[in-house]
Design a binder for this molecule. Structure first.
Ligand SMILES: Cc1ncc(COP(=O)(O)O)c(C=O)c1O
Length: 360
């Protein structure tokens, strides 16, 4: 058999849906003002960088991860205020936890449900696991459509419901009463995805004691460690134990665990960064709102979804001026002409606003 035939036969073994799919796009951002994926723009102060370097240098990288992962899990549980009776498991980012959740509920005919537009990985992960995905449109003001959600829950009996709180890309925190109605109606698991919790004024941790079917998922990414890849999932011990069985045993590297622990030991530095970003969000919101033809949507995250007259043109013009945002226009009909702008430093936001004035 020729090498070409062998390769072609090998490719024929790959699932048709995988071959038809596109890889998750990661934009080239070298040298740009990077306001596209909700990263924390601040780095550690130089002195802490040096201390972290020392700590990482001393880690036994010849060993598989063991106690370090447990220590990080305990530190995250304390940091998040995990309620009594609950347990925690860690993922290589919350992306991995979403994959594990899809695997866990992947029985024939099982349904995953989420309002939309929301985080794209819920659908992508469900489909790759052979699950049916049902998206329920938000209202025009991006609030949950309570009747539509309850009707969809009744009709599809979802094994798993995701509620991003605050939502990505819309940035808002949905009505708490409506969420409770959905949780009460849910026949399966409900995951509150709190990736943007450091920037929000409410969270759902207290509901864990009331609703055993609930899981709260958080990440260290938006907190300031997107490059480190640590997500965590908190819920009833019995439920978390099942998800934990699917976790690759060494999914958190010893270096990641040490960096995560170090960050939590300096949580006050990150808390100050989050406070600065919340303040910058309000300044940026007001400046965007003052621009003719520009409609920013109120946000409890570190991004502002913003409608402009012609999003593809504005996106391209911003990019030409060295500012990278996310063009969300094509992601969902409700996001027509919307850009998702990550809140940056005061300087970055000024650069964005100056470029925006020339790009509308
Ligand atoms: C709502 C939501 N959940 C989860 C994630 C994934 O985060 P992580 O970096 O922990 O994989 C994101 C990333 O943007 C997100 O917006």
């Amino acid at each position: 058999m020729s090498p070409n035939q062998a390769l072609s036969q090998a490719l024929d073994q790959i699932r048709d849906d995988v071959r038809a799919a596109h890889a998750y796009p990661v934009a080239n951002s070298a040298g740009m003002v990077k306001l596209d994926v909700m990263e924390n723009p601040f780095r550690l102060p130089a002195e802490l960088q040096a201390q972290l370097g020392q700590r990482l240098g001393a880690v036994a990288i010849n060993r598989y991860p063991a106690e370090g992962t447990q220590r990080l899990a305990a530190a995250l549980a304390a940091h998040a205020g995990m309620p009594a009776g609950c347990a925690i498991t860690l993922g290589n980012g919350s992306d991995e936890l979403i994959t594990l959740l899809s695997m866990a509920v992947s029985k024939p005919g099982a349904v995953v449900l989420s309002p939309e537009p929301s985080f794209v990985m819920y659908e992508m992960s469900a489909r790759y696991q052979g699950l049916k995905y049902v998206g329920v449109p938000l209202r025009a003001d991006f609030e949950l459509d309570v009747e539509a959600m309850l009707a969809a829950v009744k009709q599809h009996r979802p094994a798993l419901i995701y509620l991003a709180y605050p939502n990505n890309p819309t940035g808002n925190l949905w009505d708490a009463d409506v969420i409770e109605q959905i949780i009460q109606a849910a026949p399966g698991l409900v995951v509150m995805d709190e990736a943007y919790q450091p920037f929000a004024e409410r969270d759902s941790m207290a509901w864990l004691s009331r609703y055993p079917q609930l899981l709260v998922m958080r990440t260290m990414s938006k907190f300031g460690l997107a490059g480190v890849r640590i997500g965590y999932l908190i819920g009833q011990q019995a439920l978390v134990a099942e998800i934990d069985k699917l976790r690759p045993p060494f999914n958190i590297s010893v270096l990641n665990a040490e960096a995560g622990l170090f960050a939590l030991e300096h949580a006050e530095v990150y808390a100050a960064q989050a406070a600065e970003l919340r303040a910058q969000r309000e300044i940026l919101f007001a400046a965007l709102q003052a621009m003719p033809g520009v409609q920013p949507f109120p946000s409890q995250g570190n991004m502002i979804l913003t409608r402009v007259p012609d999003a593809p043109a504005t996106f391209a013009a911003l990019k030409a001026r060295g500012v990278l945002v996310k063009n969300s226009s094509a992601a969902h009909p409700m996001l027509r002409n919307c850009l998702r702008i990550t809140v940056g430093t005061a300087q970055e936001n000024q650069a964005l606003l100056a470029a925006m004035k020339e790009s509308l």
